[in-house]
Design a protein around this ligand. Structure first.
Ligand code: IVH
Length: 676
């Protein structure tokens, strides 16, 4: 049989299995026995293993058994549902604690108490109760906006619908994880890639009757907004959750000291095999709610919590090819295409090789038998090569010196801080001029944290690029829908959905807009800082004319590296053109502070010296929270110089010369307390 016929046969089998799935789940009327289903699935997997070119997204090993509905109403979370930073080892935990102590201006002899909670690998949900009644249930969605899946959540027995405890808050958003136990997953495992997919797929069914059939569980662990709760610690909150009728994790603990966190981690990792549900690490939360409040959030994750992942799963495979991927900032990343292997329930066929130095150090070659590791949601990577299994024909891998996409020169930047050459090789045209970079930039532009255009996934970007429908970000707002409608897989409904999703995102905040541009070193946090400083899109665009990039050094948190990056961005005329074109199509809302009318409104501050009992980061956080602005140079725009212990004398004398108010910590605190 030639390859075309094999592919035809394979696709036919996939179509049939999809039909069976549809009857099983959507129509609730299975049309074949489980044994026959399993047999067909095995035939498909055997074909994929024999003919590697066959595998695609629709494979039963990749896709969930049935598609979740897209028809849920979207509702904004009153308090965003954030994600967590990851820790993998003791060093990460020591750093986590160090940062907390620094922020709180405590010395290292202080200890922090944590609530240590096994991290269930499921789907988070938010349950809103008013006067003891469950009135709404939402999915996490993009963290800011979730889907209304109340009816489906109500089918889960662990979720109380009425709570009649006297100390239950009058309003509360109880959050936790929806998941499926391993023994229950066994029964339906041929329909889903893993337990997490099973939970997510069943939770987002159009028909709650289908959800009801899947034995989903719920464990509660945190809350969003609340009214009338007087609890001071996370561990006490967990106890209350139990009293109120929620299930909580039986392995939750309260722990002090990194050493003790580590031994609890080791114990639990050992026990993991015996636990009825899948856990992929432990979440540590600073136990004291007051401290949590002081620590606050950075970008997408709280400073007061972290997920300590369990060690990776690994497997042996063979390198079929080494490809060079080009990222949105022009970085060349080598990726090993490997013989597909199942690692911890997930089929892995790509593994990152990180960079050129890593390939050389490990002497990784095409054809090598390698150990591949996959830890949680981190990209799988090659750990070692089995040299005994190397064949004579395996040649040393030569890393390309030119960009495989546009042929330009590639360079390794010199890092001014480490005084070493960067390990990452980059295409010198890190803009839309390099095809692969451009595609990645557009993928970033539409991604969740950026424009968040629903249904505009990576595959669509690639497809539209190939068809010449999208070359630059503004093309997204000028799509020729007539052309799209006739494409395979598209129709009236999907085109109007896409149109709607794009229209919906034409209003965007300045910080999201800046982040979407994918400027190197300008992530979400830095985009926010730039937006707050520049205030409007016009001011941002004006940088291309005024070239006053050095003014950005007034922003606390923006350094040389970021300024250099912004300068390079504006130096590229295509980028400037993109900005003008986007401006015509979009309404970019001006940046505003969280609280625009705080007691420090319209005042600028600078700190010098050490403050008592409060870190520089927390002081900055408090100033911004109260509508003040931080600048990091003494100049005419500065209103107050706050002096702590051992200040820089020169700063004080310049401030005095410029008639800037020089105040001490007490005077500053008084200003903070004036109206709050
Ligand atoms: S707290 C800001 N506690 O982990 C606090 N999350 O990566 C974030 N998760 O989306 C949530 N067990 O789905 C928290 N005991 C636990 C958790 C937990 C599992 C999941 C949750 C969240 C993700 C964060």
């Amino acid at each position: 049989m030639n390859n075309d016929l094999i592919k035809k046969d394979y696709l036919k089998k996939i179509k049939i299995i999809q039909k069976y799935n549809k009857y099983y789940y959507d129509k609730d009327k299975p049309i074949i026995t489980d044994q026959k289903f399993d047999l067909l699935k095995k035939e498909i997997i055997d074909l994929e293993n024999t003919y590697l070119f066959l595998k695609n997204d629709q494979s039963p090993t990749e896709s969930v058994g049935f598609k979740p509905s897209k028809n849920f109403k979207k509702i904004k979370h009153k308090v965003p549902m954030l994600s967590l930073g990851n820790a993998f080892n003791e060093e990460d935990l020591i750093n986590f604690e160090k940062k907390i102590l620094n922020f709180l201006s405590l010395n290292t002899s202080n200890s922090i108490e944590y609530s240590a909670e096994p991290k269930i690998d499921g789907i988070s949900a938010s349950l809103i109760y008013e006067n003891g009644k469950l009135i709404r249930g939402l999915s996490r969605g993009d963290g800011k906006e979730g889907e209304d899946i109340t009816k489906n959540l109500k089918t889960i027995k662990d979720i109380p619908q009425f709570i009649n405890a006297k100390n239950f808050p009058s309003t509360i958003d109880v959050r936790g994880e929806v998941f499926i136990q391993n023994n229950d997953f066994e029964k339906i495992k041929n329909k889903f890639a893993n337990p997490r997919n099973a939970a997510s797929g069943s939770l987002r069914q159009k028909d709650p009757e289908i959800t009801k059939k899947i034995p989903l569980k719920f464990i509660a662990y945190t809350h969003g907004f609340e009214k009338g709760m007087s609890i001071n610690t996370q561990s006490d909150f967990l106890k209350h959750l139990k009293l109120w009728g929620f299930k909580i994790n039986p392995f939750n603990k309260t722990i002090t000291g990194v050493n003790n966190l580590i031994s609890n981690h080791e114990n639990l990792e050992e026990k993991r095999k015996e636990i009825k549900f899948d856990i992929d690490g432990i979440v540590y939360k600073v136990n004291d709610f007051k401290l949590q409040k002081r620590l606050g959030f950075a970008a997408n994750a709280p400073r007061w919590a972290i997920a300590h992942k369990f060690s990776a799963h690994n497997s042996i495979s063979q390198i079929l090819n080494i490809e060079i991927q080009i990222g949105r900032t022009g970085a060349l990343t080598p990726v090993a295409k490997i013989k597909p292997v199942n690692i911890g329930g997930v089929i892995v066929s790509n593994a990152t090789l990180h960079n050129e130095d890593e390939i050389n150090r490990k002497d990784i070659r095409v054809g090598d038998v390698v150990k591949v590791e996959r830890a949680g949601d981190v990209i799988p990577h090659v750990i070692s090569v089995d040299l005994k299994k190397r064949t004579k024909s395996a040649l040393k891998f030569i890393f390309p010196k030119n960009c495989p996409s546009c042929g330009s020169k590639t360079i390794k930047d010199f890092n001014e801080i480490t005084k070493k050459k960067n390990v990452v090789r980059r295409c010198i045209r890190e803009g839309y001029e390099c095809e692969k970079v451009a595609i990645e930039k557009i993928k970033h532009f539409v991604s969740k944290e950026a424009f968040n255009i629903d249904g505009f996934g990576k595959k669509i970007v690639e497809n539209f690029w190939e068809l010449n429908l999208v070359r630059l970000p503004q093309d997204i707002f000028n799509l020729d829908y007539k052309k799209i409608k006739v494409l395979e897989g598209w129709g009236d409904l999907s085109v109007s959905n896409l149109k709607f999703s794009i229209e919906e995102k034409k209003n965007i905040s300045l910080e999201r807009f800046i982040y979407s541009l994918g400027i190197r070193h300008i992530g979400q946090e830095n985009a926010k800082l730039l937006a707050r400083h520049l205030k409007s899109l016009d001011n941002f665009i004006k940088l291309s004319i005024s070239k006053k990039f050095n003014d950005l050094s007034n922003i606390d948190g923006i350094g040389e590296t970021q300024i250099k990056s912004v300068r390079i961005f504006f130096f590229n005329q295509t980028n400037v053109k993109v900005l003008y074109e986007l401006k015509k199509k979009l309404t970019v809302t001006n940046a505003s502070h969280v609280n625009e009318n705080g007691p420090l409104k319209n005042k600028t501050f600078m700190l010098t010296g050490k403050l008592e009992g409060i870190s520089r980061a927390e002081a900055k956080f408090l100033i911004e929270k109260n509508s003040g602005k931080i600048i990091s140079n003494v100049n005419k725009k500065l209103d107050f110089l706050i002096i702590g212990e051992k200040p820089t004398i020169k700063k004080i004398s310049i401030a005095k010369e410029l008639n800037v108010n020089v105040i001490n910590q007490d005077e500053w605190i008084k200003m903070l307390n004036k109206t709050s």
